[in-house]
Design a protein around this ligand. Structure first.
Ligand code: GLY
Length: 373
């Protein structure tokens, strides 16, 4: 059993909706005790996918059993195509058949898809039962599990059905990252690099210096990075819980072109982080033209992204297709797409109107630059 010093506890301060985020090594076995400390008891559904449950289900179930929870494991199919209302409907059926009550809990054990789907089931059953996020991917640990965005896809688009519904606890065990496929780990690393650009030049420098250790999932470095990103995300969520101001939107740095590429690839060709890496390079180039981002810093970012193994080429789609896709973004105003652009490491501007011609120039630059080693 790890000692308290093996973990770091952060808080998302949202008054009555506030909760701890606990990051550590080998702490899955503490889940039951930590949920108890949050005042949770009784029935709990562990919602997961078969692959993740096979790896970590026993440890989680054992820990919950030791803390006297009444456990119902519920597996949902793998794949973004199952993040929909049909899967949620099946979950409702099984939760109702198991006589879940308003005081019951859902533990979401897995990556972003599990957290979003299980989170939406928790938010909507009886108008809200308790939710605990136990993210097992880097992407989910540093982003999706914190901040309460839950929801599912609709045939008309991604994440169109959902809510802001804060969990009661987030538990991130960095040892679960050990079993992540390398491509998945890299994809998460793009979001980590993003935090460096938008919020912390020292985090950016740390990643530059420790990239290889992080890619090999060196625990001490990884725990530090997950804690730091969790702290940064908690701070953003505290300032702008429902993305109604200009703070939470900063998390969209790299996502305007990133989302366009993901969507053009049918969400199958590129991992989220791979698309965001291309989007960050394009946004940084735009920043060097429009918001005073230093050329030397643009070089630093491009070099780091390449070292992390990202292909920065925008892919088989021509510039006009990509730009047309960015116009579907929710941040379009008067036919100009608003981007999040950097001014310096740790400092970004949230809503910079970018013309199609400026975006086209950035994509052309990326095609040339992305191919260089
Ligand atoms: N993943 C972006 C957000 O939580 O706002």
């Amino acid at each position: 059993m790890p000692s308290l010093s093996d973990r770091k506890t952060l808080h998302v301060d949202l008054g009555v909706r506030g909760y701890p985020v606990i990051v550590g090594e080998g702490i899955l076995g503490d889940l039951g005790m930590l949920m108890h400390r949050q005042g949770l008891s009784g029935k709990v559904a562990v919602i997961s996918q078969p692959g993740v449950f096979e790896l970590y289900g026993d440890r989680v179930v054992h820990s919950l059993r030791e803390a006297d929870f009444d456990i119902t494991p519920l597996l949902i199919p793998e794949g973004e195509e199952h993040k929909n209302l049909q899967t949620v409907e099946d979950l409702y059926d099984r939760l109702l058949a198991a006589h879940f009550e308003r005081s019951s809990s859902i533990v979401a054990l897995g990556g972003g898809c599990v957290g979003d789907t299980a989170g939406w089931a928790a938010a909507s059953l009886y108008r809200g039962i308790h939710l605990v996020q136990v993210p097992t991917t880097l992407l989910a640990q540093v982003d999706a599990a914190i901040g309460g965005k839950v929801g599912v896809n609709h045939s008309a688009g991604k994440n169109l059905i959902g809510a802001f519904y804060q969990p009661r606890l987030v538990l991130s065990d960095v040892t679960t990252l050990h079993t992540l496929p390398e491509r998945e780990l890299r994809s998460g690393l793009a979001e980590v690099i993003k935090y460096g650009v938008i919020r912390s030049s020292s985090l950016f420098g740390f990643i530059e210096q420790n990239l290889e250790a992080l890619l090999s999932c060196h625990h001490a470095g990884m725990q530090l990075v997950v804690s730091e990103c969790s702290r940064l995300k908690a701070d953003i969520v505290q300032q702008d819980e429902r993305e109604s101001g200009t703070v939470r939107v900063l998390l969209n740095f790299g996502h305007t072109i990133g989302h366009a590429l993901e969507s053009l690839g049918g969400y199958r060709q590129l991992r989220h982080g791979e698309a965001v890496a291309v989007g960050m390079a394009a946004a940084a180039r735009l920043g060097s033209r429009l918001t005073g981002f230093d050329e030397a810093d643009l070089d630093r970012l491009v070099r780091l992204l390449k070292r992390a193994g990202f292909k920065l080429d925008p892919g088989p789609w021509d510039e006009s297709e990509i730009i047309a896709q960015t116009h579907r973004d929710k941040k379009v105003h008067r036919n100009r797409v608003n981007y999040v652009l950097p001014r310096a490491f740790g400092e970004v501007e949230p809503m910079v109107p970018v013309s199609d011609e400026e975006a086209r120039q950035a994509l052309l630059w990326l095609r040339a630059e992305g191919g260089k080693s």
